[in-house]
Every structure is written in structure tokens, then in C-alpha cells.
Design a protein around this ligand. Structure first.
Ligand code: NDP
Length: 450
């Protein structure tokens, strides 16, 4: 028998970088997983013998395409579209679409890679994928967004299907965009199937899907806090972002008796020491989902502080729930959070903390829920939407919310199983990476050279 290949993490990453140049976010996401898995792989040589790591880092398929569309002035515009079909070992590819000017291949590969582990953790049968475009919906009319979505789907439709690949929303893709995309898909293939999730309630959507990522992250934070006999009640909470995830994070924190004191967007953040109550949250939903304005307007309306071009991490709080974008908390931010007494960081966004920031959380043994565990509630309820579509049934709000809570509880349990250290500290990064890996890797082993 050939000797077990030894995992040299440095060589592995060097080769990955050479093969995938200029994709720093992808390198970062893989590096974190390799660091968590190294010891586990040595104890379980069957995975290395079958080159599972090499295979899991190589997307099964990448589709890149042109999206021509016409703006309201009659000018022809062109954007680039992507779909990364990363891994289908445990189910159809599943993951959101992001429309944002920063979108590129490396960012989508990092998101698709994370999605594989996250989907595995949910306990539902979903593979991993991600897609999107460098299109910026900000400042575009509804008609422009519709024409763009129709053109995007005119190419994407041939690569997806309810048993093949089921996209959903992400940054810049909410209910409006999913509607336009679904309408065009249905028109082209002449079939009404659950090919997208995040659909409207009266055309195949699931109750609680819009709320799921934010609610799920708060449920996960609650589970972590419970391990230290703490709860959300009366805690001061920093939230970044003001989009889908941030909005429903705030709603759940209010319900559980916590006080959210910040929100942000890509221009700056607001600080409301009195806390964002239900009435103010209603205004945020109007401001961001209907008026499509800037968070600065919240400060104007309620007479609170607005910091242009800044992130909210310097404000004193007990809990931080980053819910905007990747790498929005760096080492200095993490140090400030910890020095200010923060006991828990739970990631609503994908990879919002840099590796140095994560290292500080771990060194200080604060509660840290990485995105692939903490924000898995969104894709979990997308999975429940797929189930309801297949059954042609709608579950009640309570039914979906109960299932979401059970799934977040189960993810937390998996993290403890694989992440608990000898001194009792739970390293949720290791827990999520190993827990997510095992199911996918075992399926790949069973399926042979795939
Ligand atoms: P939205 O588009 O609804 O909101 C995104 C928010 O983040 C906006 O407030 C936006 O501000 C801000 N933001 C975006 N890019 C940047 C940036 N480069 N710098 C600072 N702020 C930025 O997206 P979601 O709420 O859906 O997604 C937020 C995060 O959660 C993402 O990381 C996403 O991948 C992750 N996530 C989302 C899930 C979902 O179900 N929607 C599921 C799991 C994870 P502005 O409007 O100014 O751009």
C-alpha cells in the first residue's frame, strides 16, 4: 500500500495560489479550512489517500457569461455573470447570487467554497454553489433591474434546475430581483418549479425565508451564550449592514430583550444609544427596501450620530453581529471590541472577520460563531422552501421557525462535537470546518472518482 500522503499546509496553499492567482478571498477561505482540518486528516488518512482536499478545492464547474442590457436612456450596457457549481456530493448545488460592483471570480469562489461546508452543516441535502454579477443595482430604476435580471437569466437558465442547481439571493439580490429572475426562467422553460429560493409568498416562497439568516444568527449567538449562562437580554449589540440580514437580526434581538445600537451601509454607520426599537426598525425597512436610501437618513430623522466612511466596531458593546460583507472587522477592530468588553461575535455576513481578527477572538477565548455555522439559517430555510415546493405544500410560520431553531441547535451541537478543546473552550471555527467537511468527504468517498 502506498504511504499516506502527508498534508503540508504551506505547500498546499502555495499550489492553490499558483493555480488560482489574484483570488485573495478564495485563498483566505481555503487557508482557514486547511488549518482546522490538518490534525483531523492526519488521524483519518482515508481522506488524504483519496485526495479529497484537492478535489473539494476544485469547483466541479464554473460558468462565466456576458450580460448585455439596455438602460433607461437607451444605451447598451454589458456586465459579467458567473455561476460556480462547487460541489454536488450531497445534493443539488445551492447558494445565492450576488449583484455588486466588487463581484469577481475569486470572491464567488470563496463564497461557493464556504457554502459547501455550510450547507452540509444544516443537515439538509444541499450541495454548494454561488453566483452573481458585477452589476450594481444601486441607483438603477426598477425597469433597468428587470432588464438586467432577464438578460442574466437568459443565459443562466440552461445551467440550473430544481434538481441541478438552485440559486437564491445574497447582497444586491432580494425579493425584487428573485421575482424578475424567476419570471424569466419560467417563461423560457415553460415550467413552474422551485428553481430559485427566496420567492414571494404567493408564488412558492416560504414563510420566514426573509427573516431566516438574521434570526438564525441570533439563535446561534443565543446557543453560544447559553454555554456561559448568558443571554441576549439587556445586552448592547453592534450590528453592521442595513440590508436583509441586518434588518431581521435587529428584529430578533429586540424580541429577545437586547438593545441594538448601530447599523451601517457602505457609506458609514449610525449610533443610536437609546437602541433601535420596533418603530425605528420599521423606518429602516422602508428606507432600505422601498425608498432605497442611505443609512445617514436614519441619523437625520432621529437626531443621532452618523460617522461617514467608518465601521461601527469602536462603539462599546457586549455582542457584535457583523451583517454586511467580507473582511469588515480587521485585527484592530477586533482588539477594540475585546478591550471594550465584547464577549461574543457571531457572523451574519460571510467571512466578515479577517484571519488576524479571528486569531484574537480565539486567543482571548471569547465566543466566536463563524459565518458558515452562524449564518446557515438562510440556506437552511431555502432548503425548507425546496422541500415545500416539492411537496406542493406551505408550512406555517411556527412550523418553519421551529425547524430553523432545531437546525441552528443541531449546527451548534456539531460545532461542539468537533471543536471542544481540552480546556473546555469551544473553537467553533474548527468545529464548523471539520463538522461540515466530514459529511461531504464521506459522500465523495462513497461516490468514487467524482
Ligand atoms: P443586502 O444587499 O440586503 O445588504 C447588504 C448590506 O451590507 C447593505 O447595508 C450594504 O450597504 C452593506 N454592504 C455591502 N457591501 C459592503 C461593503 N463593501 N462595505 C460596507 N458595507 C457593505 O445583503 P444581505 O443582507 O443579504 O447580505 C449581507 C451579508 O450576509 C453578506 O455577506 C451575505 O453574503 C451574507 N449572507 C446573506 C444571506 C441571505 O440569506 N441574504 C445568507 C447568508 C449570508 P450598501 O447598501 O451601501 O451597499
Amino acid at each position: 500500500m502506498a504511504p499516506t500522503p502527508f498534508l503540508n499546509a504551506d505547500n498546499f496553499i502555495a499550489e492553490l495560489k499558483a493555480k488560482n492567482p489574484a483570488e485573495p478571498e478564495y485563498h483566505q477561505a481555503v487557508h482557514e479550512v486547511i488549518m482546522s482540518l490538518a490534525g483531523f486528516l492526519e488521524e483519518h488518512p482515508k481522506y488524504q489517500n483519496a485526495a479529497i482536499l484537492e478535489r473539494i478545492c476544485e469547483p466541479e464547474r464554473i460558468i462565466i457569461f456576458r450580460i448585455p442590457w439596455m438602460n433607461d436612456r437607451g444605451e447598451m450596457k454589458v456586465n459579467r455573470g458567473f455561476r460556480i457549481e462547487m460541489n454536488s456530493a450531497i445534493g443539488p448545488y445551492k447558494g445565492g447570487l450576488r449583484f455588486h460592483p466588487t463581484v469577481n471570480l475569486g470572491i464567488l469562489k470563496f463564497l461557493a467554497f464556504e457554502q459547501v461546508f455550510k450547507n452540509s452543516l444544516t443537515t439538509l441535502p444541499m450541495g454548494g454553489g454561488k453566483g452573481g454579477s458585477d452589476f450594481d443595482p444601486k441607483g438603477k430604476s426598477d425597469n433597468e433591474v428587470m432588464r438586467f435580471c432577464q438578460s442574466f437569466m437568459t443565459e443562466l437558465y440552461r445551467h440550473i434546475g430544481h434538481n441541478t442547481d438552485v440559486p437564491a439571493g445574497d447582497i444586491g439580490v432580494g425579493g425584487r430581483e428573485i421575482g424578475f429572475l424567476f419570471g424569466q426562467y419560467k417563461r423560457i422553460v415553460n415550467e413552474f418549479t422551485g428553481v430559485l429560493t427566496g420567492k414571494g409568498l404567493n408564488w412558492g416562497g416560504s414563510l420566514i425565508r426573509p427573516e431566516a439568516t438574521g434570526y438564525g444568527n441570533v439563535y446561534f449567538a443565543q446557543e453560544m451564550l447559553k454555554t456561559r449562562n448568558e443571554s441576549i437580554k439587556d445586552k448592547r449589540v453592534l450590528v453592521s449592514g442595513s440590508g436583509n440580514v441586518a434588518q431581521y437580526t435587529v428584529e430578533k434581538v429586540i424580541e429577545l430583550g437586547g438593545k441594538v445600537i448601530t447599523l451601517s451601509d457602505s457609506s458609514g454607520y449610525i449610533y443610536d444609544p437609546a437602541g433601535i426599537n420596533k418603530e425605528k426598525l420599521k423606518y429602516v425597512l422602508y428606507l432600505k427596501n422601498i425608498k432605497r436610501g442611505r443609512i445617514r437618513e436614519y441619523a437625520d430623522k432621529y437626531g443621532v450620530k452618523y460617522e461617514e466612511g467608518m465601521r461601527p466596531w469602536s462603539e462599546k458593546a457586549d455582542i457584535a453581529l457583523p451583517s454586511a460583507t467580507q473582511n469588515e472587522i480587521d485585527e484592530e477592530d477586533a482588539r477594540t471590541l475585546i478591550n471594550n468588553g465584547c464577549i461574543c461575535v457571531s457572523e451574519g455576513a460571510n467571512m466578515p472577520s479577517t484571519p488576524d481578527a479571528i486569531q484574537l477572538y480565539l486567543d482571548h477565548e471569547i465566543l466566536f460563531g463563524p459565518g458558515k455555522a452562524a449564518n446557515a439559517g438562510g440556506v437552511a430555510v431555502s432548503g425548507l422552501e425546496m422541500t415545500q415546493n416539492s411537496m406542493r405544500l406551505n408550512w406555517t410560520r411556527e412550523e418553519v421557525d421551529n425547524r430553523l431553531q432545531m437546525i441552528m441547535h443541531s449546527i451548534h451541537k456539531t460545532c461542539i462535537k468537533y471543536g471542544k478543546k481540552d480546556n473546555g473552550y469551544v473553537n467553533y471555527v474548527d468545529g464548523a470546518n471539520i463538522g461540515g467537511f466530514v459529511k461531504v468527504a464521506d459522500a465523495m468517498l462513497a461516490q468514487g472518482a467524482v
